[in-house]
Ligand binder design. Structure first.
Ligand code: UD1
Length: 425
């Protein structure tokens, strides 16, 4: 039975919401467990579908994986199986991050090309080039990336673009290579710092985490560890934008506000009052009294405005006072959802990398279809500000990224339900 979210617009969201570990971190940390024989434990893991899917990928490689609420335990074998099959890999994009650890541990990897969100072409050329520079041969054969190396040797690697996935794969291969690897133009996302912290706890020698030059001194072997996953800054941003759009008052806990500097600054420009909450319950509070003012957004690798937050920026612009320009620089097909928002009365035009949005006083509820996780969440945000009922279909996308989404929205005062019924189109 297909499910949708039924969103009755109009409520002002007020209250406190806790954010758990980042989807885009936990999946890579699970893959990193392949690098050391023995038991790795991850805590603060989000209870989302992608975690059991990644667990299946690891089981196929010979690991024992158990999931107990927010704790994931992975027992990695002395020698993992080097083949990750299509059945499990095709279900999530992040599964490609087993490539680096497998090459490092087994000196061979056959990894089916992954599935994932429909947000544009997602080539693996930088992942492969990096592995080649470390001494591996790689190519695509029968729908799989095949990589092989007798020895991995440290190298100087310049990335054409600070790709998150390529940085992670090359890093996870380099930690067990002979000698020193320097990755220049590396991604600087907080999730990269998180994986570096975990690898360091495992015995890896890494310098420059969080900067665009990562220096890795290879070691012979790594030990398993216990690690707490960092809070999800994209989920945090979703709640921040929800507060601003519904003229609400939300305190978001469990995420480092420093990871959302640009998002919070944009919301201040839009008219929100933003304060940060200090340790131990780290987070921030967003209060908005009037209608948000139009703000421009440009997506870029971190510390730029995250491409994952772009649908929320379009949703904000759709109800803001004035005209906003949103520029997408990371994924070429990430404006697909805009058509759905236009169904709700958004006055938006896209042209290549740009989307011009003239804010309207009120959107109007309509049936809409989520094309990926963040697009789906953006449509829910728009529905919260629409007159009448919005039905958001294909919510399995949203479930992949947002633990307890409906329950959290309800706690904040939104009139939303998960409904099981066939679509009427
Ligand atoms: C990760 C995140 C995703 C986020 C993105 C950018 C996960 C599971 N996903 O995706 O949510 O939107 O970072 O912050 O962590 N590219 C190439 N060749 C390559 C690799 C990438 O051309 O070999 C291009 C991509 O097509 C894209 C850009 O580089 O245009 C950025 O991609 P990348 O940073 O690699 O994103 P992902 O790691 O796939």
């Amino acid at each position: 039975m297909s499910e949708h979210f039924r969103v009755q617009g109009g409520a002002r969201l007020v209250g406190e919401v806790s954010v758990v570990g980042a989807k885009n971190s936990v999946l890579k940390l699970m893959a990193a467990a392949l690098l050391a024989e023995g038991t790795t434990t991850l805590t603060n893991c989000p209870e989302i579908l992608d975690v059991p899917l990644m667990a299946d990928v690891l089981r196929g490689l010979g690991c024992e994986v158990s999931i107990d609420h927010d704790e994931v335990t992975i027992v990695s074998p002395a020698m993992p199986n080097h083949r990750a099959d299509f059945a499990s890999m095709s279900k999530l994009r992040a599964s490609v991050c087993v490539l680096g650890p497998l090459v490092a541990r087994c000196r061979k990897a056959v990894v089916a090309l992954p599935g994932g969100d429909a947000i544009g072409s997602r080539p693996l050329d930088m992942h492969q080039n990096g592995l080649r520079q470390l001494g591996a041969t790689t190519g695509i054969e029968h729908g799989c990336v095949v990589a092989e190396a007798e020895n991995l040797t440290g190298a100087q690697i310049w990335l054409d673009f600070p790709s998150v996935g390529a940085t992670e794969n090359i890093l996870m291969a380099a930690v067990l290579a002979d000698g020193t690897t320097v990755i220049d133009n590396a991604a600087r996302e907080p999730e990269i710092i998180d994986i570096c912290v975990m690898l360091q706890q495992m015995g890896a020698k890494i310098e420059g985490a969080g900067t665009s030059t990562l220096t890795v001194h290879g070691v012979q072997s790594l030990q398993p560890t216990e690690h707490r996953v960092i809070g999800d800054r994209i989920v945090g941003a979703t709640w921040a934008l929800a507060a601003a759009m519904t003229r609400g008052d939300i305190t978001v806990l469990g995420v480092d506000p420093g990871h959302l500097n640009l998002v919070l600054e944009k919301l201040r420009t839009a008219g929100a009052e933003v304060t940060t909450v200090e340790q131990p319950r780290q987070g921030f509070r967003v209060v908005m009294d009037g209608r948000p003012k139009a703000v421009d957004f440009v997506t870029l690798p971190y510390p730029g405005f995250a491409t994952d937050n772009q649908p929320f920026a379009v949703a904000l612009a759709a109800v803001a006072e004035g005209t906003s320009m949103i520029t997408e620089n990371v994924f070429e097909a990430r404006f697909r959802f805009v058509e759905e928002m236009m169904r709700m009365g958004a006055d938006a035009r896209t042209d290549g990398h740009h989307c011009v949005v003239r804010g309207v006083e009120k959107l109007s509820g309509a049936p809409v279809w989520a094309s990926d996780i963040r697009a789906g969440a953006g449509l829910v945000l728009a529905g919260l500000c629409a007159e009448g009922v919005t039905e958001v279909w294909d919510v399995f996308h949203i479930d992949r990224g947002y633990p307890q989404f409906i329950e959290n929205l309800q706690r904040l005062g939104a009139d939303v339900q998960r409904v099981s019924a066939p679509p009427e189109r």
